[in-house]
Each structure stands twice: as C-alpha cells, then as structure tokens.
Design a protein around this ligand. Structure first.
Ligand code: NCD
Ligand code: ZN
Length: 365
C-alpha cells in the first residue's frame, strides 16, 4: 500500500486493558484515552477491585484524570473471589458501567493471589451471571506446577472451561488474550456465547523473540508467547472477521525496575503502539477489510453495546513513525512495546485530548 493512503475506521475500543493506579495510571491513561472509545479495565489492583463500591471509586479516579473533551469511557470489572456475594453481582448489573466479572485462577498471573482455586465455590455466582447476562471474563490458564507453562491455556480449557461451559451453557464468556492454536480452535468450535480477545503481542511475537538470542523480559507476559504455529492461528482468527474474536490489548505496564530483575513481572505495555501495529499487520496480511470488525465492531457486539459514533483516520507514512523506547524516568520508567519493528501507520484525525494534557505534572497537594 502506498504512503499517503488513508483509512477511516469507527473509533476502536480496547476490550482488555490494565490502567493500574496512582503514578502508573497517570502514565498509562493518556495513550489509551486519546484513541479508544471505551476500554474494559482489569481489576487486578492491590488490593483488587472486589466490590461495586471499589469499582466506582476506581472509575472516578480514572474519569478525574481525563481532560475536558475526552469522552473515554472506562468499563469496569469486578475481581471474582471465592467469597464474592450474589448481592454484589446484582449490584454490578445495575450500574450500567460494569462490563464483566473477571475470573483469575489463583496464582495464575500478576496480582491473582485472591483469585479462584475451587471453581465449585463460585457456581452460585456463575448461575447469577448467566441469568443476568453479565459476561465472565476469564484468564484462561491453569495454575499447576505440574503443567508446563506453554500448555496452561490448553489444560485450562480441558479441565476448567469445558466443564464450566457444559454446566452454564448460556453464560457469556470471554477467553481473554487467547494465545494458542488450541484456544483459537476451541472458540471457533463453540456455540454462541464464547468469544476471545486478542492482543497485539500475541499477534506479533512467538517465544523465540522472548527467549532466543538473549532473554527479553519486556516481551514476557501471561499467557506466555508460544510457538510460531500458535501465533499464526491467533493471527488467522483476528483477520478472519469472525465476530467472536476482537481486540483487547492487554496493555499491562510494569516499571522497568520490576521487569528487569529476577522474578520480573509479567505484562507488556503496548497502548502507544497497539493500534498502528495491528493496522500494519492486517495490511501485511491483506486483511484491511476485516480491521474495523476486529478493532471496532465485534467486541461491542459481544458486550451488547453500540459501536462508537465517531471515527479515526489513519495514514500510511513514508518514514517510520517515531515510537518512544520508554516513558518516564528512573524508578517510574516504563518500556513501550516496539511491535517487532518500524511502524508506518499514524492516526491523523480523531485523536482526542490526551498525552499533551494528561502528561502535565501533577500539582503538589
Ligand atoms: C497482566 C498484569 O500485569 O496485570 N499481566 C500479563 O502478563 N498479561 C495480568 C494478566 O492479564 O494476565
Ligand atoms: Zn490482562
């Protein structure tokens, strides 16, 4: 495609996003808020967002950081524990701004210590979710030291997801950040009600980029990047136009000091590059026709929401777009996902007030 070519798409949404809190929220928010209409905000803070009240307060902290004219809508989630009450679920349904309940298998990923280990304990909650039509968002990896880390998605599907779907056939479920051929095939074969979010990094990298030629902790995330055949299966699903697959960046920032150490954290900060990287990959795959479905339509449809009313214009550039290697300084520096190489797509219309306003220094109290 020629430099100068322009592409208009309905404003995209991010159906899986970690915005964190405090200083990291200030760093991460602008990059998502200037671009995406809505985002599903993951609840794995410390302590986790377990009640509607906590979710309302977190939502307020996000909204308070948006400049006037930025209509970004955070769609909140609740962190499911074995003691989440039915009352909380009913409250969640009534808010109108709570998109899903998030299931973390205990210990499977960042800040999942309070997640679920005995799935039977949450059966009453699942029953209620099914009845209320509130989606269950699932981190689909088994946490079992006897299961190889590259197989944890497949084993989760077999041991947890399949039985759960049999017992709750009408429950709406998102298999988050699907990362394997097994996962993609499972979603494809399922009846309506099961969907999957797909990240830019699982579209772009395999485990060689993480592990071969020197360990790269900045490409370490969960589920871990897998074989090339898995990446290709995820890519085929994304570009297929199949409405069950949609964009969820899983942008999950950690300070560089916490990534570059023994026991470094899992998570990739990709908000600044996610959209151009996906556009470029769809272009290279000859699939620009499916781009809007993947980024702007399929997710909204699954969540029962209308697509955004406005749009973005992207332009193919002659020169690579400048991407910062990292943002911030010292202890509060975060690395930006480099998308596997130079990017040649840029948003030229539709960006909302974001970076330039939100990066302002925080006034001392
Ligand atoms: C996420 C995080 O850091 O919160 N990390 C990750 O590697 N994706 C948690 C998650 O979504 O698993
Ligand atoms: Zn995540």
């Amino acid at each position: 495609m020629q430099a100068g070519t322009e592409l208009r798409i309905t404003r995209p949404d991010d159906w899986h996003l970690h915005l964190r809190d405090g200083a990291m929220l200030r760093t991460a928010l602008p990059y998502a808020a200037e671009l995406f209409g809505r985002a599903v905000i993951m609840p794995n803070l410390r302590p986790p967002v377990r009640s509607v009240q906590e979710a309302a307060a977190y939502r307020r902290r996000i909204l308070d950081r948006l400049p006037p004219g930025n209509g970004f809508q955070p769609l909140m989630t609740l962190y499911l524990t074995e003691v989440t009450s039915l009352q909380e679920i009913r409250r969640a349904r009534q808010t109108g701004w709570l998109a899903a309940i998030k299931l973390y298998p205990q210990g499977a990923t960042t800040h999942s210590e309070q997640g679920v280990s005995r799935v039977k304990q949450i059966y009453p909650v699942l029953e209620a979710l099914q009845e209320l039509g509130l989606p269950l968002s699932v981190h689909g990896e088994i946490n079992d030291q006897d299961v190889d880390i590259f197989d944890r998605e497949a084993v989760f599907i077999e041991r947890v997801l399949e039985p759960l779907r049999r017992d709750f056939p009408d429950l709406k479920i998102v298999l988050e950040h699907v990362s394997s051929r097994t996962g993609v095939d499972y979603v494809r074969a399922a009846a309506a009600g099961l969907a999957a979010s797909i990240t830019p990094h699982h579209l772009l990298i395999n485990r060689n980029q993480l592990l071969a030629g020197g360990l790269n902790p900045h490409l370490y995330c969960l589920p871990v990047a897998k074989r090339e055949e898995d990446r290709q299966a995820v890519l085929r699903a994304a570009v297929s136009g199949d409405p069950r697959f949609f964009f969820g960046s899983d942008s999950a920032p950690h300070w560089v000091v916490n990534k570059e150490k023994s026991g470094g954290s899992a998570g990739i900060f990709n908000s600044p590059t996610a959209l151009p990287a996906v556009v470029q990959l769809f272009e290279e795959s000859g699939a620009l026709d499916s781009l809007e479905a993947f980024c702007s339509l399929n997710g909204a449809r699954f969540y029962g929401l209308p697509p955004n009313q406005d749009s973005l214009i992207l332009r193919k550039t002659a020169e690579p777009v400048r991407v910062p290697d990292s943002i911030g300084e010292g202890e509060t520096r975060v690395k930006v996902f480099q998308a596997g190489g130079p990017l040649f797509w840029q948003v030229v219309q539709g960006l909302r007030p974001g970076r330039e306003v939100l990066d302002r220094p925080v006034p001392a109290l």
